[in-house]
Design a protein around this ligand. Structure first.
Ligand code: AMP
Ligand code: ZN
Length: 459
């Protein structure tokens, strides 16, 4: 299987060739565990989860090592910990748990490694010491800085020139750095009572970029095969990760850099600072199912912007209803034990073309809907379920799926369906037809089969 991925570094779609097919490594920048993640923040973990699933399919489950970190050192977290007089972990652990629950609802697999910044400070100090020793970084009273001017290929990921960067914004408390474009590896400005880690170059705390560089080195070793994140991380975060790691280790940090486009609302980036955010848990509380949210997030190609709306969710739900309807029709058929069909794997292998994969999965549902012979039905059901598993959907029991989306009304529908079954048994066809019409008016279609009556939302 030939996987092609667009590499931000070369600006081209390229064949993906891991350094070692028995040990494929991927790192994705994870959440800052201070606030609840919004649905825009959920786009990278869902996109890269789909890539993780594809890589496991191609190279084998045990061969893929995927790390997604927790950024649990951050000014807002530190300030809150001082104000409330509690350790950082009291603030971050609860947010981590909420994040895991949200990701679980979206069928995001647990990454192989989930390093925390707070647990990798010695590795950060080690990288910084290397950079000081080889002259790539310097120590001043406010901290340790990376000297951008000394790094000839700085800017290669984002395409920014050193001249553009000299106009960098002034940062409070960093007056003693040599150039505005230099960035902090370590901040030795810890005040009394602030959490600080001891280091040979002064007690303090790490900068954000060095956290990822060190966690990659510690957890995976470099070069890694794939490094991912949202498009807003290209500069400065990923540019700086490259500068630090490559200056310290003398080889590439990552071979392929992948970036997802923004999730927008009314064409504006969803972000906490603009305030136009919706969280996965709000959507779940409104009755949308996790798989519907996942399908909506994957409905556009990962590089393209995705405009979030209720209509998008409704379309995603209608598509999934169709798939669940096909599985429900074959409820009494044992699915054949087959692999995900090549058409779906190939769509995903083509730079994670999720819209094409969605079209292929929908075609499998059509095949399942028209299959008549037992062997055809078993194969169609098996192929649909295997493709859906690769994509991270159709995990639910189909009857439960339809019930769940009707919320409290489901019990009433169950009662009407049972009444109709009784009416039919009593040969009261007038009542049975009336009940069918009542149910249709509620958007419910009853499906009668040898094993009884089931229902689903009308397509
Ligand atoms: P943050 O919590 O802002 O650091 O973001 C965590 C992750 O979500 C990063 O990979 C960001 O690139 C990504 N991200 C933030 N906002 C959006 C958005 N509106 N659309 C897509 N990705 C986003
Ligand atoms: Zn990062």
């Amino acid at each position: 299987m030939n996987i092609q991925l667009t590499n931000t570094l070369t600006r081209r779609k390229e064949p993906f060739e891991p350094t070692d097919p028995k040990r494929v490594t991927m790192y994705v920048c994870g959440p800052t565990v201070y606030n609840l993640a919004h649905i825009g923040n959920a786009r990278p973990p869902v996109v890269f989860d789909t890539l993780f699933r594809l890589l496991r399919h191609v190279y084998g489950e045990a061969a893929v090592i995927y790390a997604r970190n927790y950024t649990d050192i951050d000014d807002k977290i530190i300030n809150a910990s001082i104000e409330r007089g509690v350790p950082i972990s009291d603030i971050t652990r609860a947010v981590e748990e909420q994040y895991e629950a949200d990701m679980g609802a979206l069928n995001v697999l647990t990454p192989t490694l989930r390093p925390r910044a707070t647990e990798n400070v010695p590795a950060m100090i080690a990288v910084i010491e290397k950079l000081i020793a080889n002259g790539a970084a310097y120590v001043v009273p406010s901290g340790v800085y990376f000297a951008v001017a000394g790094d000839a290929d700085y800017g290669k990921l984002s395409g920014r020139s050193q001249d553009d960067l000299k106009a960098g914004a002034r940062v409070d408390g960093e007056d003693d750095k040599r150039s505005p474009s230099d960035f902090a590896l370590w901040k030795t400005t810890a005040k009394e009572g602030e959490p600080a880690w001891a280091a040979p170059f002064g007690a303090g705390r790490p900068g954000w970029h060095i956290e990822c560089s060190a966690m990659i080195e510690e957890g995976l070793g470099s070069p890694i095969d794939i490094h991912g994140g949202g498009i807003d991380l290209i500069f400065p975060h990923h540019e700086n990760e490259i500068a630090q790691s490559e200056s310290a280790h003398g080889h590439a940090l990552a071979r392929v850099w992948m970036h997802n486009g923004f999730l927008t609302m009314d064409k504006e980036k969803m972000s906490k600072s603009i305030g136009n955010i919706i969280t996965p848990r709000e959507l779940l509380a409104d009755g949308w199912q996790g798989e519907t949210i996942r399908w909506a997030l994957l409905s556009a190609h990962y590089k393209a912007p995705l405009d979030w709306s209720d209509d998008l969710l409704k379309q995603a739900q209608a598509s999934l209803d169709r798939l669940y309807g096909a599985v429900l029709r074959l409820k009494d058929v044992d699915a054949a034990d087959v692999d995900a069909p090549g058409s779906v794997v190939e769509a995903l292998a083509d730079d994670l073309n999720t819209p094409a994969a969605i079209a292929e999965i929908s075609a499998l549902a059509t095949a399942a809907n028209i299959a008549k012979k037992p062997a055809e039905m078993a194969k169609a059901k098996g192929e649909l379920l295997a493709a859906a598993a690769l994509f991270g959907v159709l995990r639910d029991d189909p009857e439960h799926w339809f019930r769940a989306s009707f919320g409290d009304a489901a019990a009433e529908i169950d009662r009407l369906v049972a009444e109709r079954v009784a009416a039919r048994a009593a040969k009261d066809y007038a009542l049975s037809d009336k009940l069918r019409d009542d149910l249709a008016a509620r958007g419910v279609e009853v499906m009668d089969s040898a094993s009884g009556s089931t229902w689903r939302r009308k397509g």
